[in-house]
Design a binder for this molecule. Structure first.
Ligand SMILES: [Zn+2]
Ligand SMILES: [Zn+2]
Length: 357
């Protein structure tokens, strides 16, 4: 297809795919983001359609979503419920607007509902203090901390993203069938990318009789061509040492065991052979962990490890905010290496450095 034809198709209306069996996907644009779209899924039920995720809170995204719902043969006011795979703004952003327009309930796993509640209630100054403390402990250099300290000192604290995100009305209970007349949709808790990420397993025969067990709405947990960000579960009030990367790897094995006939992810495109994709990701993570362990032949702070890790561009070209995310990812990997007995904190180091064992 030529570029001109692609533009024409975009102008012709929303990109909607009929996955058959009362399941559609709507490609909802994410503004200024290389990911491009969130695939919002619409599932027909005996009580009206429900959405799996909603998309980024943006006027264009809203127009695309509502036009997409119309293209599926429904109206946004028909919506019965909204199931959220996880709290990130490209998934949960438009939920409040959907609820307002339709009266639909919003359901989410309790751990991610806690994140939404905390973010809404967070005092921005306190969050900034947490960030400075955390980055200092991770070995961030003064030039990285200076803008945060200055903002705090001058009271220049903007509102946090996500402070207007909708509080969910219902909890998604892991392992339970959702109350959706005419459908068999089971919640599968897949922590890792976020503490309360869920996949939703449609335990019905594949409409094209593909081998395997139904279809899996995989959110950001299992994507065909990219590996989701795994950082720490940032919670200023909780000092319980968690292992998000360990959670993620276990969650990958969990969804492979479900052996779905097809995976309907929230980005990119639908795919088959979930178990094969899980194997690829497990190998990728083992290789990455081995590479990081090699870097820890010399003791490094989490910041120094992040600088030495391989990213999609050289460290010098990683924007300021993305460096914070990169350090969180380095810390998640360090935690996992420590938990597996493959690395340790160097006693007495300040800020703490880690070395391979
Ligand atoms: Zn996400
Ligand atoms: Zn996403």
């Amino acid at each position: 297809m030529t570029a001109a034809a692609r533009t024409g198709a975009a102008e012709a209306g929303p990109r909607v795919t009929d996955h058959r069996g009362g399941v559609w996907s709507i490609a909802v644009p994410i503004p200024d983001n290389p990911l491009g779209h969130t695939l919002v899924h619409l599932v027909e039920t005996g009580r009206g359609p429900v959405l799996v995720d909603t998309g980024w809170d943006d006027p264009d995204a809203w127009d695309t979503l509502t036009a997409g719902i119309t293209a599926c043969g429904f109206d946004v006011t028909d919506l019965h419920g909204v199931l959220i795979t996880h709290h990130h703004p490209d998934h949960h952003g438009l939920s409040a607007r959907v609820r307002e327009a339709s009266g639909a309930w919003i359901a989410m796993h309790a751990a991610d509902a806690d994140v939404v509640r905390r973010t809404r209630e967070a005092e921005p100054g306190r969050w900034l203090d947490y960030l400075v403390t955390k980055l200092t402990a991770a070995g961030a250099p003064d030039e990285h901390l200076a803008p945060l300290r200055a903002a705090r000192a001058e009271g220049r604290v903007r509102g946090l993203p996500g402070q207007r995100a909708a509080l969910p009305d219902r909890e998604i209970t892991p392992g339970a069938l959702l109350d959706l007349p005419g459908r068999r949709l089971r919640a599968v808790w897949t922590p890792g990318h976020t503490p309360g990420h869920v996949c939703l397993h449609l335990e019905e025969d594949h409409p094209a009789q593909r081998p395997g067990h139904g279809r899996l709405f995989s959110g950001d947990h299992l994507l065909p061509g990219i590996s989701p960000h795994i950082g720490l579960y940032e919670d200023p009030d909780d000092t319980t040492p968690t292992d998000p990367l360990g959670d993620y790897l276990a969650s990958l094995e969990h969804v492979a065991r479900l052996a779905p006939a097809e995976v309907l992810p929230a980005h990119q495109h639908a795919f088959t052979d979930a178990a094969g994709r899980v194997r690829e990701l497990l190998v990728h993570h083992e290789e990455r962990l081995a590479g990081l362990r090699a870097l820890l032949a010399v003791p490094r702070t989490p910041w120094q490890l992040a600088e030495a890790m391989e990213w999609n561009r050289p460290w010098e070209r990683i924007p300021y905010g993305s460096r914070n995310i990169a350090v969180s990812e380095a810390e998640a990997h360090l935690r996992h290496l420590v938990r597996r007995g493959l690395a340790e904190a160097v006693p007495g180091s300040e800020p703490v450095t880690y070395r391979a064992v």
